[in-house]
Structure formats: structure tokens, C-alpha cells
Design a protein around this ligand. Structure first.
Ligand SMILES: NC(=O)c1ccc[n+]([C@@H]2O[C@H](COP(=O)([O-])OP(=O)(O)OC[C@H]3O[C@@H](n4cnc5c(N)ncnc54)[C@H](OP(=O)(O)O)[C@@H]3O)[C@@H](O)[C@H]2O)c1
Length: 341
């Protein structure tokens, strides 16, 4: 059985794919997510034309972990999970990990499918009896409402190699999705974090991703944040993985091209649904805690660890955190001015 801890965009999409491949999946999430699933079923679509629907009656949906697992260790109503996918946002990691620690058998494998660098380690710090592994989803998934989840971009799925994940990788393969199992997730996590530095730019632009990336001024802001992060990574001797058609260094040059050239050169990267936005944009709109402290904050922490500073990433974090006072999008010029680039 695969347990989805935090059924949201990522959890429902990954869980749905595994269930469509014949895996037994249990979803733990909030009533606001589970109720539409129960009444409309779970529908997965993507930019390649996928259409999977799982009827509500076939979804095992729970709003709390103990009832999802029954009484594991005694007469369990549900078999203990072979693997758990931790799919909550970074701000909810500690609480979710504590719940898992008190409910799962010792030694259970939990894969953090979250953005950022240290989520698995953070979870491990409060759940010492479990085995946390790093994972990464590098495509965008949007909750379209009524139980519909849509993958709006291409991208990689990866996790630390572990024997229990091999059958999971086979199940994803049946759904034409490659789960890459690697010895060291750090380069992939940093490669993804560089790309995720667009999340705050997108959130503050108030625009869909594609529209935002078509504006040279926003791209310049992103390039400046990435350049600073690359400088810090070099100092820390970390080589980020290449997750786009070009290396992270060359990607900076592509971002700085005039828009007519950018459109041509970045054709592949721009295969994004017209309406797709970063989930940080949704968080700001909904007044929720964002993951900025685990994106720009990670760059600052790494900088400090090697005796450097990351002032642009610090300023970007401050702008996102000050959104509730401002509440209005930044034009490209306003954002560049606010960042000082
Ligand atoms: N969406 C994407 O395109 C995407 C792509 C790649 C990576 N990621 C990363 O994947 C992670 C998950 O993102 P997401 O977009 O899937 O987030 P999401 O849609 O907000 O889903 C997470 C869900 O888990 C729920 N949750 C939190 N704590 C819980 C608990 N203890 N028990 C049950 N449910 C709980 C949340 O409820 P509350 O809202 O009440 O906390 C929320 O409904 C993030 O780190 C994100 O950066 C997202």
C-alpha cells in the first residue's frame, strides 16, 4: 500500500497515477480536498493529453492518519504502507512527520516529494524511528477543482534510490512517468531550487507563468536571483543538476535574451499551460504561509555556511513576506527596483 500524506496537488496526482497502475493507495488530506474527490472522483490530465479518472467510491480517503491506518500493529483494518509519500507544504512538515512517527511501524520508508533542500532531514529530526528519503517533483500540477488535477509542464520525478521504491518506479513507468532513482538527490534538489526561484517572481507578478516569463524585466529579476544562488553553490562546491535543455549557467544567458529571441530559444521550457501559476501565487492569494523561507531562505543559509551573503534572495524573501501589507502585483520595473537589480 502507498500512503499519501497530504493529499493536495502533488499527492493526488502521484497517488492517482499509482492507483491507475493498480497500486493500493490511501490518501490522507483535508476535508476541503477530500470532499470533491469523494463526490466527483479523481481526474488526472496533462499537457500530453492524459485522461485518467478514478471513481470516488474507489478512493480510500481519510481526514486523519490514525483512521487511515486503523490500528497498525494490532488488528489493522488497512495494511501498513510499503511507502509513504510526504506531500505537504514545507510549513506543515514537522507536524506531519510527528503524526507519521506516532502511527507508522518503525523503519517505514517515507519519501519527501516536497520542494526545498532539507525537508526529509527536518522530518527525520522529529521522527527518528522512520526512514526519510529525499524526492523531487519538477513539474507543475494544478488543482482545477472538482477533483481534477492537471500536470501543466514537463519535468522530472526523482528520489533517493531504495529497494522499496523500485516497484513504485515500475508503477509510474506504466503511466509513462519515469521515477529516476539516484544515489544523491542534492544536485537535483539544488537544480530544482534554482528553477523554483521563479516562484516568488511569478507570485509577485500576479500573472500566469507563461505571461510572466515573456516579460524581459521579470526574467532579469529571476536571472539575478539565480546568479546569486549559483555563486553561493560554487563556493559550497555543489554542482546543481541540469533540469532544463541547457546548463544552469547557460540558462542565465537565455533568461537575459530579448523576448523575441527568448521565445525561440526557450520554446521547450515555455511549453506551459496558459493559465498555470506557481503554487506560491495561490498561497499569497489565499493568505497562506508560503515556502519562501525554504527557497530564498535555503540560498541564504547555504551562503552563511560558506561565509557569504545572499542579499538579493534575502530581499526577495522580505518582499514576499510583506505581501499582506502591499497586496498588489509588482510591474517588472517595480520588482527590479525593489530588488535593486
Ligand atoms: N503543486 C505543484 O505544482 C508542485 C510541484 C512540485 C513540487 N511541489 C511541492 O510539493 C509540496 C506539496 O505541494 P502541493 O502543491 O501539492 O501542496 P497542496 O496542494 O497545498 O497540498 C498539501 C495538502 O496537504 C494538506 N496537509 C498539510 N498537513 C496535513 C496533515 N497533517 N494531514 C493531512 N493533510 C495535511 C494541506 O492542507 P492545509 O492547506 O490545510 O495545510 C494541503 O491540502 C510542496 O513542497 C510544493 O512546493 C508542488
Amino acid at each position: 500500500m502507498v500512503l499519501i500524506m497530504g493529499a493536495g496537488a502533488v499527492g493526488c496526482f502521484l497517488g492517482g497515477l499509482l492507483q491507475a497502475s493498480g497500486q493500493s493507495v490511501v490518501y490522507v488530506g483535508r476535508p476541503k480536498v477530500l470532499e470533491p474527490l469523494a463526490s466527483h472522483g479523481l481526474t488526472l490530465t496533462d499537457l500530453d493529453g492524459r485522461q485518467n479518472t478514478i471513481a470516488g467510491r474507489d478512493l480510500r480517503l481519510f481526514s486523519d492518519l490514525p483512521s487511515a491506518l486503523g490500528s497498525v500493529g494490532d488488528q489493522s483494518s488497512v495494511e501498513p504502507p510499503v511507502v509513504t509519500l510526504l506531500c505537504v507544504k514545507a510549513g506543515a512538515t514537522l507536524a506531519a512527520a510527528q503524526l507519521l512517527e506516532s502511527s507508522l511501524p518503525a523503519g517505514s520508508v517515507v519519501v519527501s516529494m516536497q520542494n526545498g533542500i532539507g525537508q526529509a532531514a527536518l522530518a527525520q529530526s522529529v521522527a527518528p524511528s522512520l526512514c526519510f528519503l529525499d524526492g523531487m517533483v519538477s513539474f507543475n500540477i494544478a488543482n482545477l477543482g472538482d477533483g481534477r488535477y492537471h500536470r501543466g509542464t514537463a519535468g522530472l520525478l526523482a528520489a533517493t534510490d531504495h529497494p522499496v521504491l523500485r516497484p513504485v518506479a515500475e508503477a509510474f513507468k506504466l503511466q509513462q512517468l519515469k521515477l529516476r532513482l539516484v544515489a544523491d538527490m542534492r544536485p537535483i534538489q539544488w537544480g530544482k531550487l534554482l528553477l523554483n526561484l521563479n516562484n516568488p517572481v511569478n507570485a509577485l507578478s500576479g500573472m500566469p507563468l507563461r505571461e510572466e516569463l515573456m516579460q524581459a524585466g521579470y526574467r532579469r529579476c529571476l536571472a539575478a536571483l539565480q546568479e546569486e544562488a549559483l555563486h553561493v553553490l560554487r563556493a559550497a562546491a555543489i554542482e546543481p543538476a541540469q533540469l532544463t535543455a541547457v546548463t544552469p549557467q547557460k540558462f542565465l544567458r537565455v533568461l537575459r535574451l530579448p523576448t523575441f529571441l527568448f521565445r525561440l530559444v526557450a520554446r521547450q521550457a515555455l511549453k506551459i499551460d496558459a493559465k498555470a501559476r506557481s503554487s506560491m501565487a495561490d498561497d499569497l492569494t489565499a493568505g497562506r504561509l508560503t515556502e519562501i523561507a525554504w527557497l530564498c531562505g535555503e540560498v541564504q543559509r547555504l551562503a552563511q555556511s560558506v561565509g557569504l551573503q545572499a542579499p538579493l534572495n534575502a530581499r526577495m524573501q522580505a518582499l514576499v513576506e510583506a505581501w499582506p501589507q502591499r497586496g498588489a502585483p509588482y510591474s517588472p520595473r517595480q520588482l527590479a527596483q525593489a530588488l535593486g537589480v
